[in-house]
Structure formats: structure tokens, C-alpha cells
Design a protein around this ligand. Structure first.
Ligand code: ATP
Length: 310
């Protein structure tokens, strides 16, 4: 196993009269994309600002690449990229100048600045817009420029606070592609968002915080199934099919029903699925779809938050 890129231990952060982070500990694997989710006010931005060495916690430690990230914040800033939820650009500067200015600010050696600017512009798909003023770019392109600025020094860690907010569907797809590309290029990313379906496209890990506490941090690669060798199957019926709960129970397959949909728990065996489908059709149930339930980030999230609040 590779060493974690970031190790956080017992992080606690207080605003006057309010604890925003409460004893948060985790280790972020190198090469991961972590989806950071939680309700409004959970502490996501506070956690990201602490990780970015922009705010100093009350207690706890953060190690980035094995070094104390809080001991020397300017040194930490050079080892990570941070995109705040509300970012500003120098609107009258061209794309090239915005990137160049940031390269200087991040201490990229003079001889390497032009190369870094070309690299970042290429990565975020702005290489053909170098002369355009930042202020004239669309929302999606401004977002790309801001990410280009955040990665100009090729940091090992990139922290993005709600990067998809305000983007149209096409720009979101492009953003997802860009984040995957950056990961493939060796970066470790942590991305907060409220749009779970979208995070699902590119995240390798899910971190949930609620009321300042870490609820869970887990890899997403493993299949999420009901315990004990079972599988969940989603059924869809013709709308207005009557009392589906009763009909499913009568067919020998009691299930959780919601309007024209139902979720069935079966033994994890294709023969069991085939038998259930045949029995439901024989019983005359008006099925229009029968498919293994996809573990969604949304259901994992809701499940974990409910468990934590119990
Ligand atoms: P959202 O999803 O709404 O962006 P968040 O998960 O990013 O929320 P934070 O912005 O980290 O949450 O806020 C955590 C808690 O700290 C909230 O209760 C918030 O009201 C409080 N808080 C945030 N900033 C300040 C501040 N400058 N002064 C006092 N309290 C603050």
C-alpha cells in the first residue's frame, strides 16, 4: 500500500461560539479523488481551508507528504492547489497573464514559467484562448481558468470547494473529465459538492461530515450490497398497477414499494434472480424493468448519515 498523501489527526476548529470541526481524523490515499459531502454547515469548507493551511485549527495535526502542513503555511501552499467556492479572477488580464501571474506567485522558477503556463492551459483546455480577457470567458471557462491557476505549480494535492456549482450540464461533464485526467496525471484530489450523482462519476472515495464530525470515509470501488451474500434488485412496474405490495407478497416476493418501483432482496445468485423474474411474470405483475440495484453515492450517503444520527 502506498503511504497516505495527507494524514489528519484529531482536527478541531472553533469559530467564536461554534465548533465547526470536532476531532476529525483520516488518511487520504495518494492518487485518490475524495468526494467530500455533508449538509450545509457541516464543516466542509472549514476542513478544506485547514487542509490548505489557510486556517489554523484549535487542536490536531495535518501532515502533507509526511511533513507538518501547519508549521510553515507558505511552504504548504506551494505543495497544494486550492479552489475556493467563491473564487475571483483578474478579469481584465488575459488567460495567459492570469496563469503567468499565478506561476510567479507560486514561486515557479522564472525559466519554467512559460512551460508551466502552456502545460496548465493545455490541461484545462484553454490553450486556444490565451489572449482572451478572463472577464469575457463563460462561467465554465472561468472555472477552468481558476483550476488552471490552482494547478500551475503541479501540486501533488488539489482541493476544490464546490467546483461544479453554477456550471451547465455540458460544463459539468467536462469538469469531471478534467478531474479524472488530473488524477491520471498523478494528483490526489479532494472535491466538495452537493451534487452526488456527479461526484459518483469520478470519485474513488466518499468522505461524509455532519455537524463537524467525520461520519465515514470509505473507498467507493467495493460493491455496496446487502450483507450476507444477498443482492438488491430494482423493479419498475406500469404506473397505476394497483397494490404492488400485496401483489408482490402474494407472489412470494415481499418488497419495499415506492409508487411504481420496488426493491427486492434476493440471494446473490443469477438462478435466484431468474426464478424471481419468472415468478413475478407468472403472477401477472406488469413489470417494465428488472435490474440489479446500482449502489449510488446518494443512497450510501443517506444511509451513513441516518446511521450516524441514530
Ligand atoms: P456549505 O455546504 O453550506 O458550504 P460547509 O459544510 O462548507 O457548508 P462551513 O462553511 O465549513 O460548512 O461551516 C461550518 C460551520 O461553521 C457552520 O455552522 C457555519 O455557520 C460556521 N461558520 C463558518 N464560517 C464562519 C465564520 N466565519 N464565523 C462563524 N461561524 C462560521
Amino acid at each position: 500500500m502506498t503511504a497516505p498523501l495527507v494524514e489528519v489527526a484529531n482536527l478541531t476548529y472553533d469559530y467564536p461560539g461554534r465548533r465547526a470541526l470536532d476531532d476529525v481524523s483520516f488518511a487520504l490515499p495518494a492518487g485518490s479523488i475524495t468526494a467530500l459531502v455533508g449538509p450545509n454547515g457541516a464543516g466542509k469548507t472549514t476542513l478544506m481551508r485547514c487542509l490548505a493551511a489557510l486556517d489554523e485549527p484549535l487542536h490536531g495535526s495535518i501532515r502533507l507528504l509526511g511533513e507538518d502542513a501547519l508549521a510553515d503555511p507558505p511552504a504548504t501552499h506551494r505543495r497544494l492547489g486550492y479552489l475556493p467556492d467563491l473564487f475571483g479572477l483578474y478579469e481584465r488580464l488575459s488567460v495567459r497573464r492570469c496563469l503567468t501571474y499565478r506561476a510567479w506567485a507560486q514561486g515557479v522558477p522564472k525559466a519554467e514559467v512559460a512551460g508551466a503556463v502552456a502545460w496548465a492551459a493545455e490541461r484545462v483546455g484553454l490553450a486556444d484562448r490565451m489572449k482572451e480577457a478572463a472577464g469575457t470567458l463563460s462561467r465554465g471557462l472561468k472555472q477552468r481558468l481558476a483550476i488552471g491557476q490552482a494547478i500551475i505549480h503541479k501540486p501533488p494535492l488539489l482541493i476544490l470547494d464546490e467546483p461544479a456549482s453554477g456550471l451547465d450540464p455540458e460544463a459539468r461533464i467536462e469538469l469531471a473529465r478534467l478531474l479524472r485526467d488530473l488524477r491520471e496525471g498523478g494528483m490526489t484530489l479532494i472535491v466538495s459538492s452537493h451534487i452526488l450523482a456527479e461526484l459518483e462519476d469520478y470519485s474513488s472515495h466518499l468522505m461524509i461530515i455532519d455537524q463537524g464530525r467525520l461520519v465515514s470515509f470509505e473507498p467507493l470501488s467495493g460493491e455496496r450490497r446487502p450483507a450476507g451474500g444477498q443482492m438488491a434488485v430494482e423493479l419498475r412496474f406500469l404506473p397505476g398497477s394497483g397494490d404492488l405490495s400485496a401483489a408482490l407478497a402474494a407472489a412470494g416476493y415481499p418488497a419495499t414499494v415506492s409508487e411504481d418501483r420496488a426493491t427486492l432482496t434476493l440471494p446473490d445468485d443469477p438462478a435466484a434472480a431468474a426464478a424471481a423474474l419468472a415468478a413475478l411474470v407468472r403472477a401477472g405483475l406488469p413489470l417494465v424493468a428488472f435490474a440489479p440495484a446500482r449502489a449510488s453515492l446518494q443512497s450510501a450517503y443517506l444511509e451513513r448519515v441516518r446511521e450516524a444520527r441514530r
